[in-house]
Write a protein that binds this ligand. Structure first.
Ligand code: RIB
Ligand code: CA
Length: 307
């Protein structure tokens, strides 16, 4: 089993990514760390606890940074609603929160893991960037960092930047220059990981409480994206998890990627050196395409594991 830490900002797609990870028998989930992003940290933390409890799962869960390293937090209520998880009505959770900061939990897990840990990060990279800055010695026991973020071409929050990277570009710069292998599920692939209405009905037809909740999450998530002209809901964060479970359904390419932190129009962009102009060694596997049907089948199969 792959030892992992999931760092996330639930968020509809984070919530589904969490459920996929917890349903798989391929992962040993050592901890879940929470960052602000889609909503404030208080809300994203509560959302993570509610989703895991509703699904009958427990985990060591710790709150991280409530704002980016140097900038003010930007949230996305237009996408995820005021709660950050609008749509399904979920009961409050009694899942305890670790007293330690997220980066202290990350350190404890990395120090204690007999084999290198995989980090999955599906929100702004503040926690991961801070962790690598304060505990650089832990890099030796981190196998890879699989993120949802960035894009080779274009952005979804500005014309050139994707939300997770834009919220904390300095943290992203630390992560991409850490020397740890990065798997980047950016918009190039996540905008092809579209969930269509018929896929939502397939999930709803499972007819169990968690599958019904997932369908309700997708109903809400679909609304914003349809209003933006998408033909379906891009299930961004699930791509980072799905790649680790079934890399064969993705197409990617290794490139050197660096983060723009000072551009007038381009701050937060992931600058992908497609033609090796920098002559620097590739640090990132940039995911570019996927077998959408296989991705949906994986989602349905994992959701079906729940009561
Ligand atoms: O740009 C999409 C990313 O921003 C996803 O991780 C979504 O959850 C939001 O955090
Ligand atoms: Ca997210």
């Amino acid at each position: 089993m792959i030892p992992i830490i999931m760092d996330c900002d639930p968020g509809h797609d984070d919530a589904i990514a969490l459920l996929m990870a917890f349903a798989s028998d391929a992962f040993d989930i050592k901890g879940v760390t929470i960052t602000g992003g889609n909503q404030t940290l208080v809300k994203t933390l509560n959302n993570a606890r509610k989703v895991l409890s509703f699904a009958g799962k427990t985990a060591r869960i710790a709150a991280g940074s409530d704002k980016p390293m140097l900038r003010e937090l930007e949230v996305a209520p237009q996408v995820h609603g005021e709660t950050g998880l609008d749509g399904p009505v979920l009961p409050e959770s009694d899942l305890p929160v670790e007293p330690m900061h997220a980066i202290a939990l990350m350190k404890e897990i990395c120090d204690q893991s007999p084999e290198p840990v995989t980090l999955i990060a599906t929100g702004p990279l503040t926690n991961v960037g801070t962790f690598l800055t304060i505990y650089p010695e832990c890099k030796a026991n981190i196998k890879q960092i699989a993120i949802m973020g960035g894009s080779m071409v274009g952005g979804n929050w500005t014309s050139s930047a994707e939300f997770n990277i834009l919220v904390d570009p300095e943290a992203a710069d630390i992560v991409f220059s850490s020397g740890i292998p990065i798997i980047m599920a950016g918009l190039d692939v996540t905008h092809k990981a579209l969930i269509y209405e018929e896929d939502v009905e397939r999930i709803r037809a499972i007819g169990k409480k968690v599958s019904t909740m997932v369908a309700e999450l997708l109903d809400f998530f679909m609304k914003f994206h349809k209003s933006m002209g998408y033909h379906g809901a891009p299930l961004h964060d699930a791509c980072a998890v799905a790649y680790l479970l079934k890399p064969e359904i993705f197409i990617g390419h290794d490139y050197y990627v660096e983060i723009e932190t000072k551009g007038e129009f381009t701050t937060g962009s992931t600058v992908v050196d497609q033609f090796n102009r920098t002559k620097k060694k590739a640090n990132t596997k940039v995911l570019l395409d996927l077998d959408r049907q296989a991705f949906v089948d994986l989602l349905v199969d994992l959701v079906n594991q729940y009561a």
